[in-house]
Design a protein around this ligand. Structure first.
Ligand SMILES: Cc1cc2nc3c(=O)[nH]c(=O)nc-3n(C[C@H](O)[C@H](O)[C@H](O)COP(=O)(O)OP(=O)(O)OC[C@H]3O[C@@H](n4cnc5c(N)ncnc54)[C@H](O)[C@@H]3O)c2cc1C
Length: 377
C-alpha cells in the first residue's frame, strides 16, 4: 500500500461514482491503493443508469485506430471482469459475447455499412478482428423472425452485451470488500494542490488525497481546468424503449435491439445534441420503434413498459479522453462514451497506470485532450 502524505486520508480520490469512476476506483483498490469516491447525490443525471448495455467493438475507432485496439482489449478482458466481480460479490452481471449484428434495411444501407467497415479495416494500426457482411439468407441462420425488409447485416464475433445495472451494483458491492470509501452527496466544487497532495472542496467538507482522478462524466469539462487540464465535451441525449418480457427469441445483440437476461427487449440508439434530460422526444421513439418492428415484426405485438432518456457522456470528437496533468502532477482525468464496453480496460489497464502515477504513452497517449489543440491549429 502506498504510504499517505501528511493529513491525506486516501492515496486517490476519484471524483464521480458512475461506471467510469467506479471501475477506476475498484481497479485502484485492486492495486492496494486506498480510495475515496466523491459523488453527487442520487438524483444526479447518470449515463451509467440509462444506457443500452452493449459491449460493442465492431467499427469503433474509425478516425482513431488506437481506440479500436483499446476497445477490443476491453472486450477481451470482460470475461475476467465478470468472473472476478462474481467471486468478490456473488453478483452475476450477465455478460455474454456471442457476436453482434448491425442490421440493414435496404441494399443502400448494406453498401454504406460495407464501405464504412472497409474504411475502418484499411486504417494503419487498427485492431485485427473479423467483420463480415451477411446477406438476408445468411443472417436468417442466426436471427429467425426477420421482417421482409431486412436486407442483411454486418457481423462481428467480438461483440457482446451485459446487464449494466447489475454491473453498477456489483462494483459498488465490491467497494465494501475492497474498503473503497464511497461518499455520496460530496459534489466537488474546487481542487487545490498543496504540499504534494490535493485538497478537494466538496459540498460535505474538504477531503485530502495524494492523487485525484476526475471521472465525473460531462462535468469533467468544468472540473478539468481546476487541475490544469481540459476536457471538451459535447453531451448528447439518447432514448431507450423497453418492452414487456417475452420468452427468449434473440440470442445475439444488435446495435439497436437486444433481449436482456430478464426477457425484456431494449430498443435504442438515438443521438441528439442537447442536455435537457427532462425532454422526451416522442417522434424519435416512434422512429426507433418502427425500425425495430421492421427488423422483428413480432415486436409490434409487445407492450412498451418503460421508456427513458439519458445524457451520453460525450467528448467533443466522440473518443475517450485520458490525461494526466503536468501543472498538477498526480491529477488524472478519464471521460468517455461507451463506459460499459470500456469497463474492463478502465479497471485492468487504466487504473494500474494511475496507481503507478504515470499514464502509458504508448497505450493511451493518443487519448490525451492535446489532440484537440492540434485540430484547432
Ligand atoms: C442512451 C445511452 C445508451 C448508451 N449505450 C451504451 C452501450 O450500449 N454501451 C456502452 O458501452 N456505453 C453506452 N452508453 C454510455 C455509457 O453509459 C457511459 O459511457 C457511461 O455510463 C459513462 O459513465 P460515467 O461514469 O463517465 O458518467 P455518469 O454515469 O454520468 O457518472 C458521472 C458521475 O459523476 C458525478 N459527478 C458529476 N459532477 C460531479 C461533481 N462536481 N462532484 C462529484 N461528482 C460529480 C455524477 O453524480 C455521476 O455519478 C450509453 C449511454 C446512453 C445515455
Amino acid at each position: 500500500m502506498t504510504p499517505h502524505g501528511a493529513g491525506e486520508e486516501a492515496d486517490a480520490a476519484v471524483v464521480g461514482g458512475g461506471l467510469v469512476g467506479a471501475c477506476i476506483a475498484w481497479g485502484l483498490a485492486r492495486q492496494g491503493q486506498r480510495v475515496v469516491v466523491l459523488d453527487e447525490g442520487d438524483m444526479a443525471v447518470r449515463a451509467s443508469r440509462g444506457n443500452f448495455a452493449l459491449v460493442w467493438v465492431q467499427g469503433k475507432g474509425l478516425g482513431l485506430p488506437p481506440y479500436s485496439r483499446w476497445t477490443l482489449a476491453s472486450s477481451e478482458a470482460w470475461p475476467t471482469l465478470q468472473a472476478e466481480l462474481a467471486e468478490e460479490t456473488g453478483e452475476t452481471v450477465c455478460f455474454e459475447r456471442p457476436g453482434g449484428f448491425h442490421v440493414c434495411l435496404s441494399e443502400n444501407e448494406m453498401a454504406a455499412r460495407a464501405a464504412l467497415l472497409a474504411r475502418f479495416h484499411a486504417q494503419p494500426g487498427v485492431a485485427g478482428y473479423r467483420t463480415e457482411m451477411l446477406d438476408r439468407t445468411q443472417l436468417g441462420r442466426y436471427l429467425p423472425h426477420l421482417g421482409p425488409r431486412v436486407a442483411g447485416a454486418s457481423y462481428s464475433p467480438v461483440d457482446g452485451h451485459v446487464n449494466s445495472l447489475r454491473l453498477f451494483r456489483a462494483l459498488h458491492k465490491a467497494f465494501e470488500r475492497r474498503r473503497v470509501s464511497y461518499r455520496p452527496s460530496h459534489a466537488v466544487r474546487g481542487i487545490e494542490q498543496r504540499a504534494g497532495g490535493f485538497t478537494i472542496a466538496t459540498t460535505a467538507g474538504p477531503v485530502r488525497a495524494a492523487k485525484v482522478v476526475l471521472a465525473a462524466g460531462n462535468a469533467n469539462a468544468t472540473l478539468a481546468p481546476m487541475v490544469g487540464l481540459t476536457a471538451p465535451m459535447k453531451p448528447e441525449r439518447g432514448q431507450i424503449i423497453v418492452t414487456e418480457r417475452v420468452r427468449p427469441f434473440l440470442r445475439y445483440p444488435l446495435s439497436t435491439v437486444r433481449q436482456t437476461d430478464e426477457g425484456t427487449v431494449m430498443i435504442g440508439d438515438s443521438r441528439e445534441e442537447g442536455t435537457d434530460p427532462a425532454l422526451m422526444n416522442r417522434p424519435i421513439n416512434s422512429v426507433m420503434a418502427a425500425r425495430a418492428v421492421e427488423i422483428f415484426p413480432m415486436l409490434g405485438a409487445l407492450q412498451v413498459v418503460r421508456s427513458w432518456r439519458a445524457i451520453r457522456v460525450m467528448p467533443a470528437d466522440g473518443f475517450p479522453i485520458y490525461d494526466q496533468s503536468l501543472a498538477c502532477p498526480g491529477a488524472f482525468l478519464a471521460t468517455c462514451h461507451s463506459g460499459v464496453t470500456l469497463a474492463a480496460a478502465h479497471a485492468y489497464r487504466l487504473a494500474p497506470m494511475i496507481a503507478r502515477g504515470q499514464l502509458d504513452a504508448e497505450e493511451v497517449g493518443a487519448f490525451s485532450a492535446r489532440r484537440f489543440d492540434v485540430q484547432t491549429q
